[in-house]
Structure formats: C-alpha cells, structure tokens
Design a protein around this ligand. Structure first.
Ligand SMILES: [Zn+2]
Length: 190
C-alpha cells in the first residue's frame, strides 16, 4: 500500500508499514502499521524514508512566560487559587500539555489581599498572565489591569454577576447579592 505525498489523511488512517518508512511527527506505530495521529497532509521524505503528517491545526501551542491565558477557577486554598487553563489569547491552537495553573495570593492584586475569596470564587472565568512554568505547572498572575475576573458567578445562586459603581465589586443578576472580586478591566457585563 502506498500513500502519495500531500494526501489529506485522518487520525487512524494507515500510511504504510514500518519496513517502508520511519514514522515521523504526526504518526504512530501500531503493531508495525504506521498510522496518522492527526488530520493533515502526508509528507514523505524519500531520502530519509521518513513519513510524517503536517497537522491542519498546526503544532499544539506550548506556553511561555508572558503569555496571556483564559481559564476557570476550579479550587481555592488559603494561599492559592487553582486554575484550569483553557486557551492562550489570540492563539486558536490546542495546548500541548494538560497544564495545571495556580495563582498565589501575592500575585493576585497590586495591593495587599487578606483572603483569596475576596478575589476569586470557584467557576469564575479569569484572564491571567504566565509568570513561571515548571513542567506542566504554571504560575499565573492577575496583578495587571486587564487581568482578573472576566465573568463572576454568584456563590448563592450560580448566576452571572454585573459590576457595580464600587471598585472590585459585583452584584448578582438574579438575587442581587454583592460580592468582591479582583476584576479585569475587560469584565463582561451581560
Ligand atoms: Zn445570586
């Protein structure tokens, strides 16, 4: 079986056998069969006998220091808020690793913050900046004006909240409860 160069293949499509080619990027060896792991175009290097697939989505995105990310608060401890990183700003590609984000209390606001619960609550959608990466663990900061909560969820009724005239205060759309947050200047009112 021969796959021609440039052909579009799907994940799982057989491209050849291990005796024919060396499996390259975007492929895997399935008991001697070389198969595609991505949707993309076949790329055969006849000299080196390497077969690879160039993903249509491009290479997955690797986080770097200074990147702005969007995600959701999943847990709040006394010193840090855990953060599920969903995507990088202005980058549609999927993330290369299942990154685990965290915002330390000292990296939340420019001024002193006594309780993390006055900045974030579980379920809030947050914009944050990457300040340190150790393997899959990512330290984030929300001290910049544009960083912080983009959409807050009421702790009583779980509805979304809107900003009030007071700085870093939001109010529930349904039950009118008022809560504190570290708000982003890009907060989304609905
Ligand atoms: Zn409410």
């Amino acid at each position: 079986m021969d796959v021609e160069n440039e052909r579009i293949v799907m994940p799982g499509d057989k491209l050849g056998i291990i005796e024919q080619y060396i499996p390259g990027e975007g492929t895997y060896d399935d008991n001697g069969d070389i198969k595609s792991s991505v949707l993309g175009n076949v790329n055969i290097n006849p000299k080196k006998r390497i077969i690879s697939v160039d993903s249509k989505l491009g290479k997955p995105a690797v986080l770097k220091k200074g990147d702005i990310v969007y995600g959701q608060i999943t847990d709040i401890k006394s010193q840090r808020a855990n953060f599920n990183i969903e995507c990088i700003k202005d980058n549609p590609r999927p993330l290369a690793l299942p990154y685990i984000g965290a915002i330390h209390i000292s990296q939340t606001k420019k001024n002193y913050l006594e309780k993390l619960n006055d900045a974030f609550r579980i379920g809030d959608i947050v914009q944050a900046k990457v300040i340190k990466i150790t393997g899959e663990n990512v330290d984030l900061s929300t001290t910049d004006k544009e960083c912080g909560v983009l959409k807050a969820m009421c702790t009583r009724c779980r509805d979304y909240m809107h900003t009030t005239k007071k700085k870093d205060e939001v109010q529930c759309n349904t039950c009118n409860r008022k809560e504190k947050r570290k708000l982003s200047s890009n907060y989304v009112n609905e």
